[in-house]
Design a binder for this molecule. Structure first.
Ligand code: AMP
Length: 278
């Protein structure tokens, strides 16, 4: 497993890789969710590249950039047994040198949900992912369903910019009690960690209502809100029942839909979602 930092080394190593190349972009502090993407990439590709970069441009001014957890040594220890070919750890200075002024923006699909709550977030995501794509030039790139809107936005960007890259979206990996794995879970105190299970319980309750025949989207949102309100430590930012592709809120569920939410548990903002299949 080679570890490179500079763009120049990255380009040199990329030329040595056997195609198809699979790419897993991450912000590090790796957990089983990330590793599941790497394993999938290993199964499907001849070479695998993982990037670790806490991308400053996708964090809002009031967000957790400064305290986002980082531990490169630990990350490399977790990746080594998976036989990753190349780990790229770019620097902020090289990705965004002084005078940097080029941005990639995706329109409609970035507007609702996370885009509405985190202005500028997806502009940061699409810009860094396209810069990473340009350097890594993978045949396939792997993303988690955990960040459902991010996956939709990247799919749209890849289509719109004609990247010859297949976007593979992998299922959300959860803790035994249902909490979706996230690097941010380390922010939770033991009491908050317990309370954080309410997100998945709320999603499951709405999913069960759907399976029992409920198709009214507002009633499905109400089911989620009701479960979330039963947890005193939870502060709901949004709950959504939206069209899977456009992410527009639905009145009635007819095709594939996304139940999603953003909830503060104490000061920690968590997101989660479940897909409703028709
Ligand atoms: P991050 O390091 O949080 O930017 O995540 C890097 C990639 O891992 C993204 O494509 C995420 O959607 C994915 N990911 C994060 N958490 C999970 C999870 N619990 N299950 C599956 N994929 C995940």
């Amino acid at each position: 497993m080679k570890v490179v930092t500079s763009l120049q080394e990255m380009f040199a190593e990329r030329r040595m890789l056997t195609e198809p190349v699979g790419f897993v972009p991450t912000m590090g502090y790796l957990h089983e969710g990330h590793l599941s993407l790497v394993r999938r990439a290993k199964q499907e590709c001849r070479s695998v590249v993982v990037s670790i970069f806490v991308n400053p441009t996708q964090f809002g001014p009031q967000e957790d950039l400064a305290r986002y957890p980082r531990d490169l040594e630990r990350d490399l220890r977790l990746l080594a047994p998976l036989e990753v070919d190349l780990v790229w750890t770019p620097t902020v200075d090289e990705m965004y040198p002084p005078g940097y002024q080029t941005w990639v923006t995706v329109e409609e699909v970035t507007r609702p949900l996370e885009g509405a709550m985190r202005p500028g977030h997806f502009r940061g995501v699409t810009t860094i992912v396209s810069k990473l794509f340009n350097a890594v030039q993978p045949q396939r790139a792997y993303f988690g369903q955990k960040d459902a809107q991010q996956a939709a936005v990247i799919r749209q960007m890849t289509r719109d910019l004609n990247y010859p890259i297949e976007i593979v979206v992998c299922p959300t990996v959860r803790e035994a009690d249902g909490l979706a794995m996230s690097s941010r879970n380390v922010y939770l105190s033991p009491t908050e960690r317990q309370a954080a299970t309410v997100l998945y319980r709320a999603l499951r309750a709405a999913e069960q209502a759907y399976q029992a025949g409920e198709r009214n989207a507002e009633r499905l949102r109400a089911v989620m809100r009701q479960v979330l309100e039963s947890e005193p430590l939870a502060r709901v930012q949004y709950v959504s029942c939206a069209d899977f592709d456009t992410l527009q809120e639905l009145d009635e569920v007819r095709g594939k839909a996304l139940l999603s939410m953003a909830v503060f548990i104490g000061n920690t903002r968590l997101i989660d979602n479940i897909v409703l299949e028709p």
